[in-house]
Design a protein around this ligand. Structure first.
Ligand SMILES: C[S@@+](CC[C@H](N)C(=O)[O-])C[C@H]1O[C@@H](n2cnc3c(N)ncnc32)[C@H](O)[C@@H]1O
Length: 256
C-alpha cells in the first residue's frame, strides 16, 4: 500500500475492521443476505459495460488501467479481479484502515496498488487512467467538495476515458431505510442520478449513460436477468452514471 499524502484520520478508519458486518447488519435484517452480493452485481455491470465498449477494452495492450476512487475494503476491485478484468487495477481511499482491510484480500504480490489519499489534488499524473470508478463514495463527500473532486477525476482520465459512478438511489424507499440504519452513514447525503450527471457535465464530461440497477434483493437474485429491461426506471436500489472525457472537452479549472 502506498501512502501518498499525509492524511488526517478518516471517519471510516474506525469502521474499517467491522465495515462488512456494519453493512450487513441492516441488510440482513431486511433481506437476509450479505452486502457482497450488491457489490458483485456492480462488478458484473462494469464487466458487461466494458464488453460493449470495445474502444476502452482495447486501448492499451494490457487492457484498461482502472482506478477505484474511494475503494474502501477493496471488494469491488476483488470482484473485478475474480471476473477476469484484463487490465491494471488500482485503488485509493482516505482511510488507511479501510485500505489495510483491502490489502488483506490478496497475497502481497497480487494486490492492486492501493494509495492513501487526502483531500484536494490526487497524487497521480494527469491522463493516467482509462477508467475511474466510484462506488458509494459521493454521498460521503461534502456537497461543496463534490464538484472539485469530479474535476480532479476528469484530470486523471486519458482522452476517451470514462468515469463510472455507482450511488444509492434516494428514490428507492428500501435504500433510504438501509442508509438511515447504517452506523457509517450518519453524515451521508444522498444524491440523485440527475445531480450526479450534472456534476459530470459541469466537470466537462460528456454523458454516456445513466442506468438504474439493483431492483431485486439478493435472495431474488434469479430475477436479475430482468434488470436490463428496467434500467430506465428510477426505482432501482442504486444507479450507475457514466461520463466520458472527449478530446474536445475543455480542461476544467480544478480549483484546488
Ligand atoms: C461507503 S464506503 C464505499 C467503499 C467501496 N467503494 C464500496 O463500494 O464498498 C465509502 C468510502 O469512500 C471513502 N471516501 C470518502 N470520501 C473520499 C474522498 N474524498 N477520497 C477518497 N476516498 C473517500 C471512505 O473512506 C470510504 O472508504
Amino acid at each position: 500500500m502506498q501512502r501518498e499524502q499525509s492524511t488526517k484520520t478518516s471517519e471510516f478508519d474506525r469502521f474499517a475492521e467491522d465495515y462488512t458486518t456494519g453493512v450487513d447488519r441492516p441488510l440482513k435484517r431486511l433481506l437476509g443476505k450479505s452486502a457482497s452480493s450488491f457489490i458483485q452485481v456492480k462488478a458484473l455491470y462494469l464487466m458487461d459495460h466494458l464488453k460493449r465498449q470495445a474502444k476502452l477494452k482495447g486501448r492499451t495492450d494490457g487492457g484498461p488501467h482502472l482506478l477505484d476512487f474511494g475503494c474502501g475494503t477493496g471488494e469491488f476491485l476483488w470482484f473485478l479481479d475474480q471476473y477476469g478484468f484484463s487490465g491494471q487495477l488500482e485503488g485509493c481511499d482516505m482511510s488507511a484502515g479501510m485500505l489495510a482491510e483491502a490489502a488483506g484480500r490478496w497475497s502481497e504480490t497480487e494486490a492492486p496498488v492501493l494509495h492513501v489519499t487526502g483531500e484536494g489534488r490526487l497524487p497521480f499524473a494527469s491522463a493516467s487512467f482509462d477508467l475511474i470508478t466510484a462506488s458509494c463514495v459521493y454521498h460521503h463527500i461534502p456537497v461543496d467538495k463534490r464538484a472539485p473532486v469530479t474535476s480532479e477525476i476528469f484530470r486523471l482520465l486519458k482522452d476517451g476515458g470514462q468515469f463510472v459512478v455507482f450511488e444509492h438511489n434516494p428514490y428507492n424507499p428500501l435504500t433510504r431505510w438501509m442508509v438511515a440504519r447504517s452506523p457509517f452513514d450518519v453524515n451521508a447525503e444522498l444524491l440523485t442520478a440527475r445531480v450526479m450527471a450534472d456534476l459530470m457535465t459541469e466537470a466537462n464530461f460528456q454523458p454516456l449513460k445513466k442506468d438504474y440497477i439493483l431492483f431485486f434483493p439478493p435472495r431474488l437474485g434469479w430475477l436479475r436477468g430482468l434488470e436490463r429491461y428496467l434500467r430506465w426506471l428510477p426505482l432501482g436500489g442504486q444507479y450507475a452514471v457514466v461520463g466520458i472525457k472527449k478530446a474536445d472537452s475543455a480542461a476544467p479549472v480544478t480549483g484546488e
